[in-house]
Write a protein that binds this ligand. Structure first.
Ligand SMILES: [Zn+2]
Length: 195
């Protein structure tokens, strides 16, 4: 951030009075421009033991695989955003059937929410943000070509649980371990009995 969105003057980093951390503050009108984490929402779409994957046509991670997911928009719920992203990226009309995971990534200011979903109609097609969409069974998931560690961790949990249909609602924090590999910390898993 360089300029104040309210008056156009330059902003500076400083700790506003009564606060405990640096913010972007306007040098002219003193407006504090808060920056807060952004929410990414997506679906793990299940069908006959397969899940729906998209090959990304956009940066970051062009050419890598992911589940359909994207930034939540103002005016929609997390479920609505996940359903919308699934249609935009994979051409799939889905219904959310259960929450699956809420993973925080504090160092980049993102929170991911994944839902399990089922197809409402059989069609899938690559949207403008995808090069290709496909159904993958666990053995066919391209683990080395997944776009984001958070997706890998969600799919590792999901493929493990799919073996016995014993799904949980997961929460945790994505952080790097000593070897710089992303791992899930403070992992909590609440069993879901109905789905
Ligand atoms: Zn200003």
């Amino acid at each position: 951030m360089k300029f104040c969105s309210k008056c156009g003057a330059a902003v500076e980093r400083r700790i506003p009075e009564g606060e405990d951390r640096e913010r972007w503050v306007c040098s002219a009108c003193a407006t504090i421009h808060y920056e807060n984490p952004r929410m990414v929402v997506g679906c793990i779409v299940e069908q006959g033991g397969h899940i729906l994957l998209c090959k990304r046509a956009i940066e970051p991670r062009h050419g890598y695989w992911t589940v359909p997911a994207g930034f939540l928009e103002i005016g929609e719920s997390a479920v609505q955003g996940a359903v919308r992203e699934t249609y935009e990226e994979a051409g799939a009309r889905v219904q959310v059937i259960a929450p699956y995971a809420h993973f925080d990534i504090p160092h980049i200011g993102q929170a991911y929410i994944f839902y399990r979903a089922r197809m409402l109609a059989p069609e899938i097609s690559a949207g403008t943000e995808s090069l290709e969409v496909k159904w993958a069974e666990p053995a066919d998931i391209p683990w080395a070509e997944l776009a984001f560690p958070v997706v890998r961790i969600a799919l590792e949990l999901h493929t493990q649980e799919a073996k016995t249909s014993s799904y949980h609602m997961h929460t945790g924090i994505l952080a790097r371990d000593e070897a710089s590999r992303y791992v899930l910390r403070e992992h909590l898993a609440l069993p879901l009995f109905h789905a």
